[in-house]
Ligand binder design. Structure first.
Ligand code: COA
Length: 337
């Protein structure tokens, strides 16, 4: 009999309605549509209106994923894992509120913080819980509200990040089923934790009497350094996940990498020896949505009919921490709401 595994059973995405074009940004900061498209591939991103928080986006995406998983899904959910770098509050975590607002009752619920790698970390956490028998179904959500953390004076971050949420339902199944999560690889390098950071948000900045600098509430990123690490780590991690799955890179139909920069995705494809046509890209429309980027890219590709049952997918991500993670899966037949 085939080994137990987590199997993809539902999928949904949500972005806030307000689309902000490159042209709109160029009216308030020293940038151009031409620069942003050429250097990143991003054409627009969606930003939440004031008053909207990460849980609001997570609930929308979670609702769609539950609907996609079918009528029995909400009753069977035993765990909600929410990947986010922008939780509603420092305390409490955001997942219990999301679970309650989705009508899931008193299920187990936790946040996972792994920057832009959060969704793959959450997927691995959920898979382990399913395989161990802690739940029959798990709702995994990646959701972010980055707009309030973007420094309008920093054109290296303000043009890149967007808000959104993506969610999947995983159920307990077997490794030979379509939709089964296969090889997983996770890693981190905390010696480089200053390359992407919001320095003024935690116990480190509160541990001194010194008032934090006003700019410390904003996201900071050393874009050039992060770019190089992202390509190298996602390529290494992808190969490790493929090895664990027993797949050759030539068998991969779609590479769904973290949607940070189209040049990163193309460099990754080059390092893996994969044709660019097999790279899934959704960042033109939503920018870098951090932990939401992979499920949003999946929801977009599925809605456009690009993913066919039986296709082999490689998910790979990279983010603050530094963190990285990859996972393989075969695409199941998924009904999108
Ligand atoms: N518009 C116009 N010019 C800009 C700009 C913008 N939005 N942002 C930066 N520039 C300028 C810089 O000031 C610099 O000018 P200079 O040469 O006169 O100093 C020039 O463009 C090149 O800057 P650089 O930072 O080298 O640009 P880049 O090509 O590396 O692109 C990023 C910047 C942020 C798009 C890119 O580094 C990136 O995508 N990094 C990875 C991000 C990522 O993966 N994040 C995920 C983990 S959170």
């Amino acid at each position: 009999m085939s080994a137990p595994a987590a199997v993809l059973a539902g999928l949904g995405g949500h972005v806030p309605p307000r689309a902000v074009t490159n042209e709109e940004l160029s009216r308030s900061m020293d940038t151009t549509d031409e620069w942003i498209v050429r250097r990143t591939g991003i054409r627009r991103r969606h930003w939440s209106e004031p008053g909207t928080a990460t849980s609001d986006l997570a609930v929308e995406a979670g609702h769609r994923a539950l609907k996609s998983a079918g009528p029995g899904a909400p009753g069977d959910i035993g765990l909600v894992v929410l990947a986010t770098a922008t939780p509603d509050h420092q305390v409490p975590s955001t997942a219990p509120d999301v679970a309650a607002r989705l009508g899931l009752g008193t299920v187990a619920a936790l946040d996972v913080g792994a920057g832009c790698s959060g969704f793959v970390y959450a997927l691995a956490t959920a898979s382990a819980a399913l395989v161990a028998g802690h739940a029959e179904r798990v709702l995994v959500i990646g959701a972010e509200t980055f707009r309030p953390y973007l420094n309008p004076a920093d054109r290296g971050t303000a043009v890149i990040f967007g808000d959104g949420a993506g969610a999947v339902v995983l159920r307990r199944g077997t490794a030979d089923e379509p939709g089964a999560i296969g090889g997983v690889d996770l890693g981190s390098d905390g010696t480089l934790n200053d390359l992407v950071a919001i320095p003024g948000n935690g116990s480190r900045s509160r541990s001194t009497d010194r008032a934090p600098h006003p700019d410390d509430r904003y996201l900071r990123m050393n874009g050039k350094e992060v770019f190089a690490h992202a390509v190298r780590r996602m390529a290494q991690s992808s190969k490790a996940a493929l090895d664990r799955a027993g797949w050759d890179v030539g068998q991969v139909d779609h590479v769904v990498g973290h949607q940070a920069n189209l040049r990163i995705l193309h460099a990754l494809a080059r390092q893996l020896g994969v044709d660019r046509a097999r790279v899934v890209s959704h960042l033109e429309e939503v920018g870098n949505t951090s932990a939401a980027s992979i499920p949003l890219a999946l929801a977009d590709a599925a809605a456009r009919g690009r993913l066919r049952p039986g296709d082999r997918l490689l998910l790979t991500s990279f983010g603050a921490g530094l963190t990285w993670g990859s996972a393989t899966l075969t695409w199941p037949g998924i009904a999108l709401p």
